[in-house]
Design a protein around this ligand. Structure first.
Ligand code: F6P
Length: 756
């Protein structure tokens, strides 16, 4: 409203001024201009008549023949369409000769009362006429008057036309100027916006990038841009290090850390497992997201940071989907980063993955009472494959100091192999599984090589401080290294490695929530799918079929619960999603057999009571399907016998935006340290497990809400972006220290005592 008044009022004033002041003014001037023109023309006609009449004297002019001659001249002259009438009047104001039109409009008396030799516009009978009276001398000196009358109605017509044309032109110009102004303002505004945006980019950019941006900045803004950049860089320098607890962790925050702290370096992630597996099913190629905590955590990080994820191409259609450089862009629906696939022969995979990694290191690190098996031929393959991954890293690295995130126990030798080739690289290694005590670790025949390999890292992360200490103890026991327990740093050879606990997490809000139905709908669908009666109470377990996950102990807990609480028989079911895993390994095959047998035994035991007690779903489930089960369940059972973190627990929390659902969590999962609101159990204690299930069903809704709300708030804050961001911040600080080391000769060790 105020805007339209502000716009309309000046516009109305301008139009009124044009209509009532400018147009009449123009009118007057054009009239004057016409009159002057008519004066000149009339004077010319008068001159013609003067010449004609100069040949007569007073007597002659009175004769009929002379009059007729003069009349002819007048008639000839009046043929000019602009001359309306002509007359010659004598000194007594009597007509000597005149055109017909004269008589109709005027008399000599009227006409000659006007001053001579000057044009005047008079109102005649037929309308306005321009009259020009000239005194003409005959040959004897007698004075007669010529009257030249022009019709000036054309003047009015022309003046109207001029006025109209002018007004039209004015309006046209008004619209044109207004449109141009709007356009220019818009472009200027856009230019400024772009300029301001560039300024902000500049402030956020690294010195290297800022030089390029500055050259591109809007010229008028360049001085401000320079000041802003200098100020921002100064502020960044002054702040020295970011405080992770002050950051709201999101994909954007992570990107900004990368940009500001690590000069926008492209990230390379290296892991055995790839985040997207292409599998051939008949004529089609299907894409699978593997059941892996590592993938769950790192995939959103890669979406945020882009870069390259180097991993084993294990899918049956993986080779069909890569380009010539063995790259494929993912996620398939909205590519944000690329996978670089590393190909392994069946022999390499057998020795490296199934053998040393999963029959050796996996049981070694998990206290799950499965004996590790170490074979030298497996370790040979492990060495070989780690070297293959190192080669891929070198091929993908675009600079001498890339940021490389090495993942897990499959690639323990990789950090050192990279360090040897890229001494300035920032290598962040994360060990996703527990680290055993030094005695247990000592079982590994190649313990020194494994430790030395990991100490090629700039940063080595574990889920808990407990595992960090176990690692320090192992180094202390088996290597010649300098250990600073206070700062958790290890100096080995010329390398320095910083150890820290970085509890892994999930993205927040979980992306899957966008696609799932309401909890009510999920409940309805799950019950319908498994033919469960409407009142059936559901528990959910989601695991790879791995002996470390405590699946048998879980089943036993359920059985005990039903033994002790018979009223729940037939109306309590555990849906156990079991993702097939490592089935080439005997212990895994054997374990699956045991799981099946136990489920069958328990189901048979309670068969008469209604709904089946255990629904064992032995297949790969996509994350969306798993979220549906999470939302449908009364409780989630995580009963690992030993687990680095266990992200299933956090994903269950992420899925419950209705703030309901109870988490039963093993005290031996890293997650138990972070989530005391869960019902924490010892999975080996069958009575405690049974009791936990009974308690979960008995908790009033208010308490369930309170617990879930609190866990959700925690996971939201301590999400996966914080996990990755903290490591990147620490890595950035290390890089700065390394820079100092190069510029000073004292060495890095002195500086490291500050690194807490
Ligand atoms: O979560 C521990 C972990 O070893 C991951 O590192 C790994 O990706 C996951 O288990 C699944 O194992 P796999 O990759 O052998 O299927």
């Amino acid at each position: 409203m105020r805007f339209s008044i502000r716009l309309a009022l000046p516009l109305a004033l301008v139009i009124a001024a044009v209509a009532f002041v400018v147009t009449p003014l123009i009118d007057r001037y054009t009239q004057k201009w016409f009159v002057r023109d008519l004066d000149i023309r009339s004077r010319l006609v008068s001159e013609v008549l003067r010449d004609e009449l100069a040949t007569f004297d007073a007597k002659e002019i009175a004769t009929a023949s002379s009059r007729a001659r003069v009349q002819r001249t007048l008639d000839r002259l009046v043929r000019d369409e602009r001359i309306y009438a002509l007359a010659i009047c004598d000194a007594n104001r009597q007509k000597i000769a005149a055109t017909d039109t004269f008589a109709a409009a005027l008399t000599c008396n009227e006409a000659t009362s006007n001053p001579a030799d000057r044009g005047e516009v008079v109102q005649a009978k037929n309308g306005p006429l321009h009259l020009f009276i000239a005194d003409l001398s005959l040959s004897d000196g007698t004075v007669v008057h010529s009257v030249v009358a022009h019709d000036v109605s054309f003047m009015t017509k022309r003046s109207q036309e001029t006025r109209r044309a002018f007004f039209g032109l004015f309006l046209f110009l008004l619209v044109l100027v207004a449109s141009l102004s709007v356009l220019v303002a818009h472009l200027t505004w856009k230019g400024w916006l772009r300029g301001v945006r560039e300024l902000l980019d500049l402030a956020k950019s690294t010195p290297k990038i800022s030089r390029k941006l500055l050259a591109r900045a809007v010229p008028e803004l360049r001085p401000i841009a320079r000041d802003l950049r200098d100020w921002a860089h100064e502020a960044a320098r002054a702040s020295g290090q970011r405080d992770p607890s002050q950051i709201t962790w999101s994909p954007e925050a992570l990107r900004s850390i990368l940009q500001k702290e690590l000069s926008g370096e492209e990230i390379l992630i290296v892991s055995n497992r790839e985040p997207y597996i292409h599998t051939r099913v008949g004529d089609t190629i299907q894409v699978q997201v593997p059941a892996s905590g590592l993938v769950t955590a790192l995939e959103p990080v890669m979406r945020a940071c882009s870069g390259t994820w180097i991993a084993h191409g294990s899918g049956s259609a993986d080779r069909e989907t890569v380009d010539r450089g063995d790259h494929v862009r993912v996620p398939p629906k909205k590519p944000a980063y690329q996978i670089r696939r590393v190909w392994l022969t069946p022999e390499e995979e057998k020795g490296y993955y199934y053998g040393f990694a999963n029959e050796g290191l996996w049981p070694l690190c998990h206290i799950a009472h499965t004996r590790p098996t170490f074979r030298s031929e497996d370790f040979e393959q492990y060495r070989k494959v780690n070297a293959l991954f190192a080669k891929a890293v070198l091929e993908e690295a675009k600079t001498q100091n890339p940021v490389i995130l090495v993942q897990d126990y499959h690639l323990a030798l990789l950090p050192r192999l990279i360090r040897e080739k890229l001494p300035e690289a920032t290598i962040i290694t994360f060990w996703h599984i527990p680290w055993p005590n030094s005695e247990a670790f000592g079982i590994c025949p190649w313990r020194e090589e494994i430790l030395a390999g990991l100490l090629g890292s700039s940063i080595l992360g574990f889920h808990t401080r407990f595992h960090c200490h176990n690692f320090l103890d192992s180094v202390d026991r088996y290597l010649e290294a300098r250990i600073e327990r206070e700062t958790m740093t290890i100096s080995y050879g010329s390398e320095l490695t910083k150890l820290n606990a970085y509890p892994i997490s999930i993205d927040w809000p979980p992306r899957r929530l966008e696609e799932v139905a309401t909890t009510e709908e999920c409940r309805r669908r799950v019950r319908e799918r498994h033919h469960l009666s409407a009142g059936t109470l559901l528990a959910i377990g989601v695991d790879r079929l791995d002996y470390t996950k405590g699946i048998l102990e879980r089943f036993n807990g359920v059985e005990r619960f039903l033994d002790l609480n018979p009223s729940f028989r037939g109306r309590f079911s555990l849906v156990q999603i079991g993702a097939p895993t490592r089935s080439n390994i005997f212990q895994y095959r054997q374990f699956v057999e045991q799981v099946r047998a136990e489920a069958e035994r328990i189901n048979t035991k309670f068969a008469a009571d209604g709904s089946p007690t255990i629904l064992l779903l032995e297949r790969h489930h996509e994350p969306e399907e798993i979220f549906e089960y999470f939302r449908a369940a009364e409780m989630c059972l995580v009963t690992s016998l030993h687990d680095g973190m266990n992200l299933v627990a956090k994903e269950f929390i992420g899925a419950r935006d209705d703030e309901d659902g109870v988490l039963i969590l093993s005290q031996f999962a890293g997650a138990a340290r972070e989530l005391p609101e869960a019902i924490v159990v010892n999975p080996y204690d069958v009575d405690q497990c049974a009791d936990a299930i009974r308690l979960a069903l008995a908790l009033p809704i208010e308490e369930r809400r309170m617990r879930m709300k609190s866990m959700r708030a925690y996971v939201q804050e301590f999400n996966v972006y914080r996990w990755a961001g903290r490591m990147l911040i620490d890595a950035a600080r290390l890089r700065r220290l390394a820079g100092l080391k190069r510029s000073r000769t004292e060495g890095l060790e002195a500086s490291f005592s500050d690194f807490r």
